[in-house]
Ligand binder design. Structure first.
Ligand SMILES: Nc1ncnc2c1ncn2[C@@H]1O[C@H](COP(=O)(O)OP(=O)(O)OP(=O)(O)O)[C@@H](O)[C@H]1O
Ligand SMILES: [Mg+2]
Length: 424
């Protein structure tokens, strides 16, 4: 049986996604569509076939174990289509999927998610990504392999998102396999923010769990693809680099024929409205990931923002040190090669210079500017650590929430070692 979904962008219906009996997708923009889903899928009257359109939609779904859980009871047709049908009311960027118009689907009553409820969701989330403990669970689909959900936040209170109130904040929870993952991401994102890279606001929230007499922490990250205008939340479109390149999420790593730094650079070169700024920001992203030891800087961890004033690199997200974890639980291979090398430990300054040269940039200037740009990184990292320790002392009230903060010093040691190599 074939199925259809109406596709919305920024609240306007822009076309219809069809899945045929053989689970093949096709998509056609309607004649009022103004903005494309992707730089890779310009608005046109001709229908887009499966091969061109599937990667964009596939990249909107969660990955890994969460994908498996979401599709456990799936019987027929494409799992991706079923996810978008069931959960595609709020995705990354401004895209949303509905059988009918969004207005018809909302009861317009804001449902508060109390702190007790948040704790309950967090406890169950790894096994219950469907959020079945919430009455009328939100239709929400975010990519990535980590457990997360998103909320509409207003005046310090959390609410279930609905058609009229898209989510404004992403909530990321701890992962038993990777100790102190939240403090790791918090530290790296705060450091990036402190050295004036473009980073969304991020907070480590700690709630007391009355029933278990302990505390539960989560990261609350402000969505950069949402703006509040006239007291309502409006979506701003974004797409990750897999979508911009028209490749499926399985190709987010260069190994196995996936996205390379050159591929990502080409996207920026072709589509960015702020070309010079974005080339610099992209180079800073590469160096920052090297400094903190983030081997997971893949093509879904960098995005384009379709802002009102043009397409540009989105703020950076998902910055963390993977190298603080033992090699046996976290692969040391980098998501993308640098001058043909796939391990940060084997890199020398000449490899970065060669990379920039291969991209057609002035390598000498780039290296000089980048070293200047990051010259305060160690002092800044120490300051960020101090600030976070102070906040930890205050935020838990009577309970200090500084357990596990050794990870800050471990990341600083990696940065110090890498900074020395970069300057050798
Ligand atoms: N602050 C933000 N604002 C808007 N969208 C975001 C933000 N942070 C992340 N996203 C979107 O959500 C997706 C998942 O987020 P993120 O990469 O942080 O999750 P993850 O599960 O840790 O990913 P990974 O699988 O790479 O470990 C991103 O690919 C991006 O599209
Ligand atoms: Mg990610």
């Amino acid at each position: 049986m074939s199925r259809e979904l109406n596709v919305y962008l920024c609240g306007n219906k822009i076309g219809v996604l069809t899945e045929n009996e053989l689970s093949q997708f096709s998509f056609r923009y309607n004649n009022t569509a103004l903005q494309p889903l992707s730089v890779n899928l310009p608005v046109r009257t001709e229908e887009y076939p499966h091969s061109l359109i599937y990667p964009f939609f596939e990249n909107l779904a969660p990955e890994g174990e969460i994908f498996e859980i979401l599709t456990r009871e799936h019987i027929s047709g494409s799992k991706i289509f079923s996810i978008l049908d069931r959960f595609g009311g709020d995705c990354a960027g401004a895209v949303a999927f509905y059988k009918t118009t969004p207005e018809n689907n909302t009861d317009n009553i804001l449902y508060e998610i109390t702190s007790d409820k948040i704790l309950q969701i967090i406890e169950k989330l790894p096994d219950d990504p469907l959020l079945t403990s919430i009455k009328n669970p939100p239709r929400l689909s975010l990519a990535g392999a980590q457990s997360k959900f998103a909320v509409y936040k207003l005046n310090g209170k959390y609410y279930r998102s609905d058609d009229k109130h898209p989510t404004t904040h992403i909530i990321k929870i701890a992962n038993k396999r990777f100790p102190e993952l939240l403090k790791n991401e918090l530290f790296c994102m705060k450091l990036a923010q402190a050295i004036k890279m473009d980073i969304p606001d991020i907070k480590l929230q700690t709630f007391t769990n009355r029933s278990a007499a302990g505390t539960v922490s989560f990261l609350e990250i402000k969505r950069f693809d949402r703006v509040i205008k006239d007291r309502s939340v409006q979506r701003v479109h974004q797409e990750d680099f897999c979508q911009a390149l028209g490749i499926v999420s399985g190709k987010k790593y260069q190994a196995g024929g996936g996205a390379s730094i050159r591929d990502c650079f080409k996207v920026i070169e072709t589509y960015s409205k702020n070309l010079l700024t974005d080339i610099t920001r992209f180079a800073e992203w590469i160096i920052f990931n090297y400094l903190i030891g983030n081997t997971d800087a893949h093509a879904k961890n960098i995005s384009l923002l379709h802002a009102a004033d043009g397409i540009k690199l989105a703020p950076f997200y998902d910055l963390l040190s993977t190298e603080v974890y033992p090699a046996k639980i976290m692969d040391r291979s980098t998501a993308m090669l640098i001058n043909g090398k796939g391990k940060y430990d084997s890199l020398r300054p000449r490899d970065f210079a060669a990379l920039f040269e291969q991209l057609g940039l002035n390598a000498t200037n780039m290296m000089k500017n980048l070293k200047k740009r990051f010259s305060d990184v160690i002092v800044t990292a120490a300051n960020v650590r101090e600030e976070l320790l102070q906040t930890g002392k205050l935020s838990g009230g009577k309970t200090e929430t500084n357990a596990g903060t050794e990870i800050y010093s471990e990341i600083i040691s990696i940065i110090a070692r890498r900074w020395e190599i970069l300057n050798s």
